[in-house]
Design a protein around this ligand. Sequence first.
Ligand code: ZN
Length: 256
Amino acid sequence: MSRFIILMYHMISEPQTAAEVRFACPPKQFEKHLQLLLKKGYTPVSINQVSNYYTQNIPLPDKAVLITLDDGFEDNYLNALPIFQRYHIPALIYLATGLIGKTNQWMTSPTFSERKILSWSQIKEMADYGIEFGSHTVSHPRLNELGDEKVEQELTVSKQTIEEHLGKECAHFAYPYGLLTESTRDLVKNTGFKTACSTRSGFNNAERDPLILHRIEVYGNDPTWKLNQKINFGTNEASLLFPLQYYANRLLTRLG
Ligand SMILES: [Zn+2]
């Protein structure tokens, strides 16, 4: 196993506004994405497998892929859960615990619609089916703009809240907006998290810091050929010309 990928999704439903097209993947499209991964020989893995790879050196299968969903939208329960069950795919959902049972109030831009966030009973039901839950802070702040004490509070409280509700350790974290500093990363580690996902794109391997894992962002309207290109090249930006440019650059680097 040389490398593995982590995919990042948000809402699994029809977009309600133009701005949501990137973040809202219609369920039929999402199912096609998962079918493509399976068809191409990818093995969906859980965050605990990823964590054990870093902490205990337990190898991951070839072409391992971890599916993550940020923010805990209610549509993850309504639309994504049945698909995960149908294909027996493990997944990880990152929760901002102060927003459970409420709406996406941190998305203040009027270009986004108001959407429901999961309730604890939905979260527990999903956890019973094997879906895993990580922390995404309490209030979804920009952690790079907060003092250490406030960051620590966001981390500790959300970790404890998830642990109290699910009755097991919550060892995984994702930085809201992918924003972090060196000190944020260290606070995440000191709070007891074993892994943390950023929004930096690219593949992961043994050399990667498990507290700054990279993810490939899948856009809600990505056709399967774009997803295919993203996972082949470890990039967020797919285009018809991309492979040509990629190989041309590699050739130039080799010649230069
Ligand atoms: Zn988020």
